[in-house]
Structures are given as C-alpha cells and as structure tokens.
Design a protein around this ligand. Structure first.
Ligand code: CP3
Length: 342
C-alpha cells in the first residue's frame, strides 16, 4: 500500500478535516536560498534543465514550511524551447521569445520535444525519492492558449492582443499551433506521471480577455483534449485546472474539461464558486498574494473565510495566483500554520 497523501486524496474528491496546502511559485525569489542557487546557475533555463539545481530549489520551500506537496521546478516556457523556438529569460524583463509567424509555425519540431525535456523527468524521479511519502509531487504544463500567447506575442502582455488577433486573422495556422501544443502537452504530462508525478496542474494563466466564443475555442476545447488524451495514456490521471480569469465561464470549463479540481483566482467570489460549481467538485485557492505580502489580521481573516466557505467540499488551500518576490517569509510560515491548525 502506498502512503496516504492528503493532497492527492483531496484532488481525487475526498474532503479532509483541514485543507492541504501548497503555494503557487512556492520555489522562487522570495526565498534567499532560491536567489543564491539562481545566482549559481548559468541562467533561468539552465536552472530548469539541471536536475541537481532544480531538485534543490524544489525542496527549499519544503524545508521551511509544512507543505503537503512539492511542485516540479520548471517553467511553462520549456515547451516552446523544446519545440525549437528561441526563448530567453532576461533579468528584470521576463521571458523574451522570437515571435512565431504563419511560416515559422510549420518549422516547430514536436518530434524532438520530449528528448529535449529529459532533464525534467530526471528532476521528477529524484524529487519522488527525496520527499516524504505523505507529500504529493505536482507536475505541470502551461495550457495551449497561455503558451501560445507568449509564442505569438514574444513576451508577456496585459491584453494578449497579438495572440487574440492572430487567432482571428490566421485561424488555420493558429489551430495548427494549438494542435502541436495539445499533442506535445499530452506526451509531456504522461511522461511526468511515468517519472513520479502524483497530480498535474494545467496553468491557463491568461484565460482572461477572451469573449465567450474564443474562450470555448481557445481555453475549454484544448484543455478538454489534453485531459482526454492524457487519461488515455494514464487512466484516471488526477488533474487540477487553473483557468485564471475564467470568471463566469468557470462552470463551463469544469464541466467540459473534466478536471478533478479547479483553481480559483482571487477575484472569484467565494459565494459565486459555492453556488455555481457542483458541490462534489474540488476547488483550490484563492488568497490574494498581496494579502500574504501585507500579512497580519486581514490575511488571517480572509484565509479563515476561504477555509470556511469550502469546508463542505474537497479543498486545497493555495493563493489565487503565484507568490510574489517581496513576500515576507514569516507571513508564509504564519499562513501555513493557520491552515494546518486553525
Ligand atoms: O510553482 C513553482 O514553484 C514551480 C515553478 C514555476 C515557475 N513558473 C518558476 C519561475 C511555475 C509553475 C511557473 C509557471 C509559469 N511560468 C506561469 C504560469 C503561472 C503564473 O504565474 O501565471 C507563467 C505565465 C510563466 C512564464 C514566466 N516565467 C514568466 C512570465 C516569468 C517572468 C515573470 C516573473 O515572475 O519573473 C517567468 C520566470 C520564472 N518562472 C521565475 C520562476 C521562479 C523567476 C525567474 C528568475 O528566477 O529569474
């Protein structure tokens, strides 16, 4: 018998007495030991592709806090890199990619992607051996639309206009790109399970700014195909979907994709989630990361309200988006303690 993992059990639909907790971007710049390891690496992608370093930074938050899961240290943009697109992470600027065109989409190399990602699977294998049996190991990838916004826009943007316009003006080339991302993501996630992941999260960080027709086509359908394709390879694969900004479309997303659990961003009202989502559907979230920066009573009150709102359904405590670099470590310690002990 394998050990009871509260976080995995919750994703699979079993409510726990206290919600298990992990934190999006839990390995990151708010930790001085991360900044130190990062400084020793040759660059951000080198950190992602060097198992010694990636394992080290994945474990750093677990040494400090009583978290219920480790998340693979990597990035959603290793997929464009593995497909042969130029991806660079520049200090202070975020990711910079050579934007794809109708012509260059055809030159992507899905056949080499998995070989290129071999170090990621090695990192997962080593993490599996390093963490406690009760801790879950989370794998992930970016969802096709979100990854495509970077591949087409070349960088982050507040409105994803480049990708939205490309999808409307070049529907065939766009759907060829989405097909490549869907197929590559299925193989990538199946290989993550084979390497020891217990559960995977689909990061759809840019599910906002789409009208309902585009949301159905760009967000719901590709995520649905990934879950379906993945479960053909890994039966009953546990999946958390995080469609950030889905707002009124969250129910349609959950129903159509058949993810086990939905991640709620911090703008999602608790009562809206309770009344719109099936009481059997698990939820993850959704504390505003800035409440964690400010700390104190407002953070504790809101965390308690979130726990109370979801006390009757499977709930994994988390932030409503990634932790930010200026977060004080003592506030994280207090939050974890509160979630564990009330
Ligand atoms: O959660 C974890 O601890 C695992 C690691 C992880 C990272 N990125 C490490 C990272 C995960 C799960 C991600 C996901 C990711 N990457 C998303 C989806 C989640 C979200 O936050 O919306 C997105 C959109 C990206 C793309 C990306 N990577 C951007 C836009 C940036 C630059 C902005 C920033 O926060 O610096 C990154 C860089 C990145 N990915 C860092 C880390 C720790 C910081 C880079 C550094 O150390 O210099």
């Amino acid at each position: 018998m394998s050990a009871h993992k509260p976080l995995l059990a919750t994703v699979l639909g079993q409510r726990q007495e206290r919600p298990p907790i992990w934190i999006m971007r839990q390995a990151g710049r708010y930790l001085p030991e991360y900044r130190e390891t990062r400084a020793r690496s040759k660059g951000f992608l080198d950190l992602c592709y060097t198992p010694d370093l990636a394992v080290e930074v994945s474990l750093q938050p677990l040494r400090r806090f009583e978290l219920d899961a480790a998340i693979l240290f990597s990035d959603i943009l290793v997929i464009p890199d593995a497909l042969g697109q130029s991806v660079r992470f520049t200090e202070g600027e975020g990711p910079v990619l050579e934007p794809l065109t109708v012509q260059t989409i055809a030159t992507l190399k899905p056949e080499r992607a998995l070989d290129h990602l071999a170090p990621v699977f090695e990192t997962l294998k080593r993490l599996r051996a390093a963490i406690a049996p009760e801790q879950a190991l989370i794998g992930f990838c970016g969802s096709p639309w979100t990854v495509a916004t970077y591949m087409l826009g070349g960088k982050g943007s507040s409105d994803q206009a480049a990708a939205r316009l490309f999808a409307l003006q070049h529907p065939q080339a766009f759907s060829a790109l989405i097909d490549i991302l869907v197929e590559t993501s299925i193989d990538y996630l199946a290989a993550q399970f084979a390497a020891g992941a217990d559960v995977v999260q689909l990061f759809e960080s840019w599910a906002l700014n789409l009208d309902e027709v585009a949301f159905a086509a760009q967000v719901i359908e590709p995520n649905r195909r990934i879950v379906e394709g993945l479960r053909k390879k890994v039966p009953n694969a546990p999946v958390i979907g995080f469609p950030r900004g889905a707002a009124g479309m969250i129910r349609a997303y959950a129903d159509a994709t058949q993810v086990n659990m939905v991640g709620l961003d911090y703008a999602t009202p608790l009562n809206f989630a309770k009344s719109n989502l099936s009481p059997l559907l698990g939820v993850q979230g959704n504390l505003d990361p800035l409440r964690l920066v400010a700390g104190g009573e407002q953070m504790e009150d809101r965390a308690r309200d979130i726990i109370a709102a979801f006390a009757d359904r499977p709930h994994v405590f988390n932030l409503g988006h990634g932790i930010v670099p200026q977060t004080p470590i003592e506030h994280v310690a207090r939050l974890v303690e509160l979630v564990k002990e009330g």
